[in-house]
Write a protein that binds this ligand. Structure first.
Ligand SMILES: Cc1cc2nc3c(=O)[nH]c(=O)nc-3n(C[C@H](O)[C@H](O)[C@H](O)COP(=O)(O)OP(=O)(O)OC[C@H]3O[C@@H](n4cnc5c(N)ncnc54)[C@H](O)[C@@H]3O)c2cc1C
Length: 285
């Protein structure tokens, strides 16, 4: 059976992994950190704990439970998912890739839109959230990537393959890499007419750009889904009742899908996505 790669080791990703591995799938979970539960203290509304349980213990125990059943856990930041000859390629920030017959996206809620004036006004009019989708439209033009870490660097390299004039603007943050050299000025607004024309910095200076690619923090559900042409609504991935997206073999679960942002719902979503992804993998042989 082809492999299942799950993005995220929160309750949704781990629940999916438990069901899929017990059904015989080869499962790898890739995650960059402990997700939403890292910010939580005690959990008192999840089934089965007489006196509640610390969020840290709940998440760590879930991960160990999956590992004990044979799930591989890889620490890494996912920058993109791409179509491959026999399924999908999951691209990590360190340049490595994981191949998969099916993918479950369980990356939680974050969407990193920087507070820059007019950003929404120019979305689709020069402001993009996906280098691989939209870079082509800016060949021979001057573009910027907004961000300061691995994801911004990944988008920079994607664009550099097709565009000569690419600059990373960190918007006041220190870059986490030395090469390429970035413009670290704080950004105040985007200006233009029908499409974006200028980035206005907080010091009052202005610079012309034909396009701006937003890549702050790490890739969230919104950015990952854009790269595959996945349907989204209100920053959530759209799925059917089987947690299947509109792309065959790609499922989504947990906080990145519509509904209550609670552990019990994430675990339910994970169960559905895990069992459905397993069924799908079996059809591939
Ligand atoms: C402060 C706080 C308190 C809460 N208290 C409760 C409570 O008492 N009861 C309750 O039911 N719920 C509570 N919640 C909500 C609960 O934590 C979430 O509903 C639940 O964790 C969602 O699970 P998930 O698996 O969808 O996402 P998450 O738990 O957020 O997991 C997301 C996973 O995706 C990974 N990830 C994200 N992006 C990438 C990337 N680009 N590359 C690789 N990995 C990535 C993360 O590292 C993480 O492993 C609380 C949330 C917060 C913030």
């Amino acid at each position: 059976m082809k492999k299942l790669v799950i993005l995220g080791q929160g309750p949704a990703g781990i629940s999916a992994a438990l069901y899929a591995v017990r059904g015989g799938a080869d499962v790898t979970v890739v995650a960059k950190d402990m997700g939403a539960l890292a910010k939580a203290d005690k959990i008192e509304n999840y089934y089965g704990f007489e006196h509640g349980i610390s969020a840290k213990e709940l998440i760590e125990t879930g991960i160990k439970q999956a590992q004990n059943l044979g799930v591989k856990i890889v620490k890494g930041e996912v920058c993109g998912i791409e179509f491959a000859a026999d399924g999908y390629k999951v691209k990590l920030a360190d340049g490595s890739t994981l191949t998969a017959g099916a993918v479950i996206i369980a990356v939680g809620t974050s969407r990193n839109v920087p507070p820059i004036a007019n950003i929404e006004k120019f979305e689709g009019k020069g402001v993009s959230y996906c280098a691989i989708c939209d870079g082509f439209f800016f060949r021979g033009k001057k573009v910027a990537v907004i961000g300061n870490a691995a994801y911004a660097l990944n988008e920079y390299h994607v664009l550099k393959n097709i565009i000569d004039d690419v600059t990373i603007l960190t918007n006041g943050a220190a870059p986490t890499f030395d090469d390429p050299v970035c413009n670290t000025k704080k950004i105040q607004s985007f200006e233009g007419g029908e499409t974006i024309d200028e980035v206005v910095y907080a010091d009052g200076t202005r610079e012309h750009f034909d396009g701006v690619f937003i890549a702050c923090g790490s890739a969230g559900a919104f950015e990952l889904s854009k790269k595959l042409g996945m349907e989204t609504a209100n920053n959530k991935i759209v799925t059917d009742e089987n947690r299947a997206t509109n792309i065959p073999g790609i499922y989504a679960a947990g906080d990145c899908v519509k509904g209550l942002q609670q552990i019990a719902k994430a675990v339910y979503d994970g169960m559905v996505a895990g069992t459905q992804a397993l069924k799908y993998l079996k059809t591939l042989g």
